[in-house]
Write a protein that binds this ligand. Structure first.
Ligand code: SAH
Length: 452
């Protein structure tokens, strides 16, 4: 098999990164945009040592689970890799992705539960980060997503997975920026004003916080006028901020955020608790699905424990800790990011919660120096999973159970393998769909610690 070969393939499985999996000459081929049970003609794009990559040239026999994507931009934009697959079947594939990781990476023989669907499969994405550029000749603003594997901005007029108000705000910015002399950012030359537009939408109030990320060291008058104009145009816009990011970097946010109109947050409600979300605060992207996850965790604790002492590790703005605080004696929240800890402290005041401690620390470092023990440890690490150091501390300080909330099945499986080698047992693994039409899948694993 060589690059550019045309081969006929039967798609047998689905990979954790959203590719169809087939075999050719005994070699695994990952096929972009393919669904299990498709028969396709594909062009080999790359041959590696143990596998090859391919793209579809023609679908010879479509899988019965193929559907027409509801977004016209699905192929160009690349954010919704699975939108051409029926939603129920997406959930089956995601379950398989988790099951494969648990069996193959974790070496564990545990049956994963059916995936809990997202309450909404459209307009669910409440955090929008559009890169901005401009057309070469007319200098008109382009706003959308990067074409896959490039930094070329695809202008997106309508995105059905985010609240429709976002389309209106972006269109207004596209059309009006020129009038205020605000240009789009050109990455190659590091020139132009507007680098990103970031929006955070609240599902409970419908309000939107808009942040204009600019390539400047200071706020300038035209920018201030533009921000006020956006604020006045939309009743649903709670505030407009500017984030200053003059560095040559791919990181979206710079260090300083300035409020130019309205308020610098939107309020979201989860399990009757109120969260004030700022421009660059981490908060779950699909609040309704997140609420399902947190309810699952809370119900489990209520049904199995009485007034436990809980550790909420990798806590963000203590979202999970706050949601479970009603059924806990005490919650100890540990989070590395200073701003998130500040937001968490504000949240405690807003919700009149007195049984949560906020610690601004690395998880393992904090635990090494505490004398406390915890009935339940809740851990919700980033995609790279927990460190061994942190897992060792959980084993040392956890009295009964560990509730592992994960956004990456592969690192969850790796960490479960380690914990099981140290004497833990995995009681259950419950997947949740937080990002319909993408290959992402969240999981809650409940683990019994060896001491109990
Ligand atoms: N549980 C939260 C946030 C989860 S995201 C929620 O549901 O909203 C993971 C969080 O882990 C981020 O807020 C990140 O800042 C934090 N983090 C990353 N590395 C960390 C570490 N070593 N120690 C503590 N927190 C860390």
């Amino acid at each position: 098999m060589n690059e550019n070969d045309l081969v006929e393939l039967d798609i047998e499985n689905f990979s954790n990164l959203g590719y169809g999996i087939a075999r050719n000459d005994g070699i695994v081929v990952f096929v972009e945009g393919a669904c299990p049970q498709d028969k396709v003609t594909a062009k080999i794009t790359k041959v590696n040592k143990n596998y090859a990559n391919a793209i579809i040239k023609e679908v010879l026999f479509p899988s019965p689970n193929r559907i027409q994507p509801f977004c016209a931009m699905q192929k160009v934009c690349g954010a919704c890799q699975m939108q051409f697959i029926d939603y129920d079947y997406q959930l089956k594939l995601k379950k398989q992705i988790v099951q494969d990781a648990i069996n193959k990476i974790g070496g564990l023989d545990i049956e994963v539960k059916d995936v809990v669907p997202s309450p909404e499969t459209k307009e669910y994405r409440c955090k929008i980060q559009y890169p901005i550029s401009q057309t070469k000749v007319s200098g008109r603003i382009l706003a959308g997503y990067y074409k896959p594997q490039t930094h070329e901005v695809v202008n997106i007029k309508h995105c059905p997975i985010q609240p429709s108000i976002c389309d209106e705000i972006i269109e207004f910015i596209r059309n009006k920026a020129f009038d205020f002399g605000i240009s789009g950012y050109i990455e190659k030359t590091h020139a132009g004003d507007l680098r990103h537009v970031v929006m955070r939408v609240s599902k409970s109030t419908g309000k939107v916080l808009v942040t204009l990320v600019t390539n400047s060291k200071k706020v300038f008058e035209r920018l201030e006028d533009f921000a006020k104009c956006i604020y006045e145009e939309f009743e649903k816009v709670s505030g407009v901020c500017v984030n200053l990011n003059p560095k040559k970097t791919n990181v979206i946010f710079g260090d300083e955020t300035v409020l130019l109109a309205g308020e610098d947050f939107v309020e979201e409600k989860l399990l009757n608790k109120t969260f004030k979300i700022g421009a660059d605060t981490f908060f779950q992207v699909n609040p309704k699905s997140a609420e399902n996850i947190f309810k699952y965790v809370k119900d489990y604790i209520t049904d199995n424990f009485e007034e436990p002492v809980i550790l909420d590790a990798y806590a963000g703005m203590a979202t999970i800790g706050i949601c479970v605080s009603d059924c806990a004696k005490k919650v100890v929240s540990v989070e590395l990011n200073k701003q998130s800890c500040e937001k968490a402290r504000q949240c405690l005041k807003t919700n009149s919660i007195e049984n949560i401690e906020i610690h601004n620390f690395d998880t393992a470092q904090y635990l090494k120096h505490t004398k406390r023990k915890f009935d339940i440890i809740i851990t919700d690490p980033p995609r790279k999973g927990s460190t061994k150091e942190a897992l060792d501390e959980f084993l040392r300080l956890g009295k009964k159970e560990l509730i592992y909330v994960s956004c990456n099945p592969a690192t969850l499986a790796r960490d479960l393998k380690y914990l099981c080698e140290k004497g833990c047992t995995v009681k259950s693994i419950q997947p949740f769909d937080m990002f319909p039409h993408t290959y992402h899948v969240e999981n809650v694993a409940i683990i019994t610690l060896p001491q109990s």
